[in-house]
Ligand binder design. Structure first.
Ligand SMILES: Nc1ncnc2c1ncn2[C@@H]1O[C@H](COP(=O)(O)OP(=O)(O)O)[C@@H](O)[C@H]1O
Ligand SMILES: [Mg+2]
Length: 382
């Protein structure tokens, strides 16, 4: 379980440290930084897949994702007593992401290249560290990277240099994790790669989830929901079909969702009380289809260590929110779950299910979480 998430210099998340629980809800008004937090988490997972730099580029590059306010936001600036203005930077430009879990912690520091470099706007990984325990300190590092050099500490405590020329766009998590001398790095990397994110489960008229798919075993629903029929069939085959049926009838009394098979192609259909025939996925309402997608995502036969849902309440009828909260709470028994939500009803319903709730607010352009201000965190040094 991840116990702390830390973000610095990413959009409005100038300096945020959040404790996380088995089930955590992140809520707040529009523009308080919820989606940024979701993206920061996803970027951590992408670092472990070697895709962080391209993701940042797709978001407009480091310079547009960096905190756009002054390096130091003083109390007098926040109170409006003095104008908000930048001063000469005392520290290098940097976007930092990190987390601590019950066993390992990881942090990365991204920055810009030296002046005059060919890829002058391409972010570089300046420093990384993996440590044991909750808080980074010099004695609990097991691997670290400074610029191009990576060193790993063995069981005996001796350091060995395992790279001296790691390119600035490669992470030590992807390029230094090998089973012989960096087994722990490999373990942590695989864990980060398996974090699962659901953001855009499409339910529009042309959504791929409305079409039939080839029936392959699908223990993990695709992020766009396109393989829903195969995912449900897999739950029925190797997962918990009773829990699936129960979740559906909790939301839609006296209804059942079934998978049809025709020449190796699978489709979804739903039987509802009062109708003489089942409706196909193409005929279901947005909200109904979305709930079915979320059910298949959450009741996966292969629960990940972490699942993150961004605004799952979108297009759901208010009556579906309490069943959704129950479904999420049930899935949180097997996976750590973070829900980013705009909905007060969902937030309350999840609080009733013992979720830890963080309310994001914005103060002078900066995202703050009043109830989490004292969580301690140490960043790595460049
Ligand atoms: N580079 C930046 N520096 C500071 N603030 C930013 C930057 N980029 C975007 N923002 C602000 O961050 C806020 C957070 O946006 P977002 O995460 O989408 O909020 P939410 O999902 O809570 O509605 C927005 O109000 C936006 O104006
Ligand atoms: Mg948002």
């Amino acid at each position: 379980m991840i116990t702390t998430l830390a973000i610095s210099g990413y959009r409005s998340l100038r300096d945020l440290v959040l404790p996380l629980d088995q089930l955590t809800v992140i809520t707040g008004a529009n523009g308080t930084g919820k989606s940024s937090l979701y993206r920061a988490l996803r970027m951590l997972s992408e670092i472990a897949q070697g895709r962080a730099i391209s993701t940042l580029a797709a978001e407009g590059g480091l310079s547009s994702t960096l905190w756009a306010g002054p390096e130091v936001l003083s109390r007098a600036m926040k109170a409006g007593e003095v104008p908000i203005e930048g001063t000469l930077r005392s520290k290098p430009i940097s976007l930092k992401l990190g987390f601590a879990s019950e066993d390992y912690g990881y942090a990365v520091d991204l920055g810009l290249p030296q002046d005059g470099a060919t890829f002058g706007l391409d972010p570089e990984i300046k420093a990384e560290a993996v440590w044991i325990g909750q808080q980074l300190h010099p004695r609990n590092h097991i691997a670290d990277r400074n610029g191009p050099s990576v060193r790993i500490r063995s069981d005996t405590g001796a350091w060995s240099q395992i790279a001296t020329a790691l390119p600035p766009f490669d992470s030590m998590m992807t390029h230094a994790a090998d089973p012989r001398n960096a087994a722990e790095l490999l373990l942590l990397r695989d864990r980060m790669r398996n974090w699962r994110f659901y953001d855009q489960l499409r339910t529009d008229r042309d959504a791929p989830a409305r079409r039939r798919v080839i029936g392959t075993r699908t223990p993990v629903l695709a992020s766009d929901g396109s393989d829903i029929a195969a995912a449900i069939a897999t739950i029925q085959d190797i997962g918990d079909p009773t829990a699936f049926d129960a979740a559906i009838s909790d939301a839609f009394p006296e209804s059942q969702v079934r998978v049809t098979s025709d020449g190796g192609f699978f489709g979804v259909e739903m039987r509802q009380r009062g109708l003489l025939r089942a409706l196909s996925a193409a005929e279901l309402s947005d909200g109904t289809l979305r709930f079915i997608l979320l059910t298949a995502a959450l009741l996966t036969p292969r629960p990940p260590s972490l699942m993150v849902l961004n605004e799952p309440e979108t297009s759901l009828h208010p009556d579906l929110i309490p069943p959704l909260a129950r479904l999420i709470a049930q899935a949180a028994r097997d996976s750590q779950i973070i829900v980013v939500s705009h909905s007060g009803t969902l937030t309350e319903a999840l609080s009733d299910e013992n979720a830890l709730t963080h309310h994001l607010t914005k103060d002078t352009g900066e995202t703050t979480v009043p109830e989490a201000e004292d969580v301690s965190w140490t960043w790595l040094k460049r």
